[in-house]
Every structure is written in C-alpha cells, then in structure tokens.
Design a protein around this ligand. Structure first.
Ligand code: DP6
Length: 342
C-alpha cells in the first residue's frame, strides 16, 4: 500500500450479476451451502469512489449514495468495514470517504448489493495492491454480500467448492473459462414487475433453508445443475442450458414456498410471463428462457443472434406485465474495472 500521508483516490465500477444456478443458503462467514454460477452484467453497474488517508484509527468519514449523505447505508458499510478488519488489517489506520452511485434506479428491484459490494471489494483490493486482485476482491466482496463475489470477473463465474473442479472455492468466485461461441454474446432483459424494497431480505431468505425438509436434495441438485450448466456453456447447448436455468428459478421459488414460514414472491404477472415465454419458445424454436431471483421480476436470457424477434415479442407481448411498462436491457460483461486511481 502506498502510504504517503496525503489523501489518495480510487474510483472503480462493478456490475450486478444474474445467477443461472442459484446460491440459496449459507453458513459460517458468508460461505455458500451450494455452488452457484452467474452471468456478469454490463450495464447495471455501481460506481464507487474512495478517498483514503492515514489515520490513528479507522474512521468512515462520510458515505454518499447518489450524491447525498446516506446515514443508513453508511452504518451498513461501517459495520462491514469493521467486520473485515481481521482479514484486512490496513483498515485499522485509514480514514475513508466513500461515494457510491448506481446506473440503474435504486428502487428498481435489481439486486444492488451485488454490484455495490463488488465495487467496494474491488476498490479495497486495489488500495491494498495485492497480486491476485480478482481473487482478493471477490473474497472481500463475498464478505459483504455472497452474490457480489461473482461480479468481479466475467462473463460467467462460479462460486463455491465443487469436488471435480480444482480451482473452485467457497472463498471467492472463479471465471468460467470454457465458453462456446454460442455463449459469447448473451442478452438479459429484466422485466420489472415489482419495484421497491424486497419483501424478504436476503439474510432472512437464506435462513429459510436451515431447517428446510428438502435441504439436502437441493444441495445435491445444485451440484448436478452446475455440472450440466458448465457443460452446456462449453458445448453451446442452449436447450440443455435453458432447461436447467428455468429449473433453478422454479426450484428457488419452490424452496421458498415450502419453507416455514412460507414465502411467495411471484406475482400473477410473473406467472403470466413464464407461460408466455414457454409458448413463444414452442411456436418459434427461439431459445428464449427465463430466470427469477428472490423477487417477482423476470430475467429473460437469450442469445444476441435472436435479438430482433425476441425484442418484437417482448415489446408486443411482455411489456404489459411490467410495472409502468418498465424493463432494462443488459448483456454479459467483463466485470469490475478501474476508472481512476492515484
Ligand atoms: C436468490 O447475495 O443477496 O439472488 O449473501 O445475504 O447478501 P447475501 O445474499 P445475496 O443472495 C442472492 C440470492 C439469489 C441467488 C443468487 O444470486 O445466487
């Protein structure tokens, strides 16, 4: 670390991601109970600027979100930074000011914690000037929000230990390296069905799995779905890929609906979209598939080669399911990057 005594700056950008195989359930210090794979996005990003200078003790001087001091986010970030001091001791003698902003509306229902903590983790790893920046950033991001670990690299990352994948780890995400040309340019249209605060926080959501009667079967299934998803990305098999993608989304919601207490996050519009997508696929043979996170919004995943017909279908048949007709077009991206550094 460069410790000249003066204030230094780092500004980075990190994207959100959409899980193909879902992380659902955790233990210990933000370790996943099953491995997950996601696609790193390109347009839904958090920009994070940190000014840091030496200090007798750690201090977070200010935290601005979208240009405004934000006390509730500041206290969450302050807790996070104090909580990682044992793994990042340099924080003990730094005072920081942080500014964060998103390219997408905060209340849009898009998981902003993934991009926010990926950006913070990436900035902290840059300040530290370690060699394995990506691995370190992913680990620091994970400690803030599990799914954030997967946003450091792209276009696809795997987080969580898998027996037959030597480089896989519960500590950080790794890049999926075997990608068929069919998966080079992949689109994600996010249909905003419900916006605003989530009905169930991710922490409460993950806890639902602890005493879940299907927990062990789910872990087993996630491992199988990881293997099949990796194989379909490697061989360019959209049909196998999409079948598992939808199975994962439906399993996540089935797990929530069959937990105690039961959580129902799908809305009538969510179901409407799923039926419409399946009918479109049957009629056209175009590989348009859906996935859903812990909410009502639907992420459509499809190859860029079918963008024209898919866009026509979305605008003519799906937009009316969206709140105020809102949707976001995104695609696979490369992960976190430095904007400025001194
Ligand atoms: C359903 O990463 O938001 O989106 O680790 O508590 O911050 P925390 O949880 P979070 O959980 C994401 C759950 C999910 C599936 C996924 O992204 O893999």
């Amino acid at each position: 670390m460069n410790n000249t005594g003066s204030t230094q700056y780092i500004e980075v950008q990190a994207p959100s991601n959409i899980a193909f195989v879902k992380y659902w359930g955790k233990h210990g210090r933000q370790f996943p109970i099953n491995p997950s794979i996601s696609m790193t996005l390109e347009n839904c990003v958090t920009t994070c600027k940190i000014a840091y200078k030496p200090s007798d003790e750690f201090h977070l001087d200010s935290y601005k979100f979208e240009g405004q001091e934000n006390e509730s986010f500041k206290s969450r970030i302050d807790n996070y930074l104090r909580g990682i001091m044992d793994v990042y001791p340099a924080l003990q003698t730094l005072s920081l000011t942080i500014e964060s902003s998103n390219s997408f509306p905060h209340s849009s229902g898009i998981a902003s914690s993934a991009s926010a903590f990926a950006a913070l983790g990436y900035a902290l790893a840059q300040i530290e000037q370690v060699d394995a920046i990506e691995t370190r950033a992913s680990e620091l991001a994970r400690l803030g929000s599990g799914s954030a670990a997967r946003s450091i690299q792209g276009p696809y990352t795997l987080w969580g230990h898998c027996d037959h994948i030597a480089e896989s780890s519960d500590q950080y995400a790794v890049r999926v390296t075997d990608v068929h040309p069919n998966f080079i340019d992949v689109r994600n249209t996010i249909l905003l069905i419900e916006t605003g605060a989530k009905a169930v926080s991710s922490t409460d959501g993950h806890a639902l799995i602890d005493n879940h009667p299907f927990k062990h079967a789910r872990i087993e299934q996630a491992h199988q779905n990881i293997q099949a998803t990796l194989s379909s990305i490697k061989h360019g098999d959209w049909e196998q890929f999409g079948t598992i993608l939808e199975n994962e989304a439906l399993t996540l919601h089935a797990m929530m609906m069959t937990s105690t207490p039961a959580v129902i996050l799908m809305m009538p519009q969510t179901i409407g979209v799923m039926h419409a997508v399946r009918k479109f696929r049957q009629e056209t043979n175009i590989p348009l598939y859906f996935t859903i996170d812990a909410g009502a919004n639907v992420h459509l995943i499809y190859p860029a080669s079918h963008i024209d017909k898919t866009t026509d279908f979305i605008t003519s048949h799906l937009v009316h399911y969206c709140k105020n007709g809102q949707y976001i077009n995104d695609k696979n991206g490369q992960g976190a990057r430095i904007i400025h550094g001194s």
